[in-house]
Ligand binder design. Structure first.
Ligand SMILES: [Zn+2]
Length: 489
């Protein structure tokens, strides 16, 4: 994070361009030879912003996704219903919609129960219920469940130090999500640190002979809700049962474990089925001069199955869809094509992202910029960008247009700005900076529902994405490719 940007230096240029498609010879859109900056008409960007801020269309799409379909786990009927609904909504506003075939993971949740069946001080006849939920790609226990002793560890080094006890046990990873970091604006770092135990912990413990793994939920609130998410196995590895425990129940096991041996009965009956055929939804607003050049603005269509996916990633997806609606309302065609993509299977296998990459990998230079919005429900605060340092000022017109919304933070970073646009090596990538202090309260839980989303935050995000995408698609010269080995920090 580079901190807050100074707007005094923002470059404003003549603002006489019409809101209808600008003429290629229009001097207001010609490059400024003197300072090398890309002039973008300030009035046009203001109209885009204001149209987004007065439109309820994106929130209507979000309501339709969350309330009419609900969960959209890859491979499920909900995911397929979402493909049809999103495609229809984008067709209805006149975008050029195509369905791009892709594969989608097909993992189906089953029964999931946990019980403390033996522990120090246990009164006769008493067992204790554990609140847990299977992780994506988890294997099943035997139908009648399995009973095994608990080995509770805090990190991988503690696991390695106790490797003799791993075989035949249920390993519990007690790695805490740092809400303190999240509240200070570093939720991404807090998530990355804790989620490593969800993604890699079961695989590492399985290699040492664990029967099953429970992972402390990766989240910042204490409402005794388990947070699901994907876990990953090495190629060829035989998966074991793996689930997320609530933070409260992890603490309970931790307290009892200090007093003596603890045994758990675990029943998980998920199924991993063959991948299914599915689709990305792609909706183009064709460019008026360089239609073959593309600016992607995107979110993912699938969601976890416990909640209704309103914030992850209903909010990001419908904000991206809102870009098309705003531009169609204003009859605006930028120089390049603006391509809204609703990605399939982001949460489980990135089937949609892989299919898109395969379709453009021999023509990557046509992909001039890619935006992904997948960071929840918070108020938009700024923009993250993986661009060359020398070109940071090219975003000045964007920040000038968004300043009235207090969208002013600029975060130039190297690295992932979205899982789906990740494979587009060298393409300048962007993401909105959102207030994430409370994103991980609900992330991947049953509480990811429509009521969590403030419609005003969604309008602001549409405004951000619309102003940014239009600018990226309109600038006379696109941002330079970003070499993978350039350190932009
Ligand atoms: Zn997501």
């Amino acid at each position: 994070m580079r901190g807050f940007r100074c707007f005094a230096a923002a470059v404003f240029l003549a603002s006489s361009a019409s809101l209808v498609a600008a003429n290629a010879d229009d001097p207001t859109t010609a490059p400024n030879a003197e300072n090398g900056l890309n002039p973008i008409d300030a009035d046009t960007l203001a109209h885009i912003r204001d149209t987004a801020m007065t439109s309820g269309w994106a929130y209507q799409q979000l309501s339709d996704l969350a309330d009419r379909i609900g969960p959209r786990l890859a491979g499920s009927r909900g995911a397929e219903a979402a493909v049809a609904q999103v495609a229809e909504a984008l067709r209805a506003i006149g975008a050029n919609v195509t369905l791009q075939p892709c594969k989608a993971t097909h993992w189906v949740r089953g029964l999931e129960t946990g019980e403390l069946v033996a522990y120090p001080g246990q009164p006769q006849g008493i067992t204790q219920h554990l609140s847990l939920t299977a992780l994506g790609a988890s294997a099943a226990t035997p139908a009648q469940g399995l009973v095994a002793p608990v080995l509770l560890v805090h990190d991988f080094s503690e696991l390695a130090a106790q490797r003799q006890q791993v075989k035949g046990s249920i390993v519990v990873f007690d790695e805490h999500f740092s809400q303190l970091l999240a509240e200070r604006g570093h939720a991404g770092s807090a998530y990355a640190a804790a989620a490593e135990y969800r993604t890699r912990g079961p695989s590492v413990a399985a290699e040492m002979g664990a029967l099953a793994v429970l992972v402390r939920s990766v989240g910042g609130a204490d409402y005794r809700l388990p947070h699901t998410g994907i876990t990953e196995w090495r190629p060829g590895q035989v998966p074991i049962p793996a689930a997320a425990l609530t933070t409260e129940d992890t603490d309970l096991i931790a307290r009892l474990s200090t007093q003596g041996p603890v045994r758990i009965k675990l029943v998980l009956t998920p199924q991993s089925l063959p991948d299914v055929d599915s689709h990305n939804v792609i909706a183009d607003i064709p460019g008026r001069e360089l239609p073959e050049q593309v600016v992607i603005v995107s979110g993912h269509l699938d969601s976890w199955d416990l909640g209704t996916g309103a914030m992850d990633d209903g909010m990001g997806l419908t904000a991206a869809m809102g870009v098309a609606q705003v531009l169609q309302t204003l009859h605006l065609h930028a120089r390049r094509t603006i391509r809204v993509i609703a990605w399939m299977d982001e949460e489980n296998g990135s089937g949609g992202s892989k299919a898109y990459y395969e379709s453009v990998k021999y023509q990557l230079p046509t992909q001039t910029a890619a935006i992904e919005s997948d960071f929840g429900l918070g108020r938009p605060l700024g923009i993250s960008a993986d661009i060359l340092p020398a070109q940071s000022d090219w975003l000045n017109p964007v920040f000038a247009a968004l300043a009235p919304l207090d969208i002013t933070a600029f975060d130039r970073r190297k690295g992932e700005l979205g899982a789906d646009i990740g494979p587009l090596a060298g393409v300048p990538r962007f993401a909105p900076v959102l207030d994430t202090r409370h994103y991980f309260d609900y992330h991947h839980t049953a509480a990811d529902t429509l009521d969590k989303v403030d419609p005003d935050n969604l309008r602001r995000e549409v405004a951000l994405l619309a102003v940014l995408s239009f600018t990226l698609a309109e600038m006379p010269e696109a941002f330079a490719r970003v070499p993978a080995d350039v350190n932009t920090h």
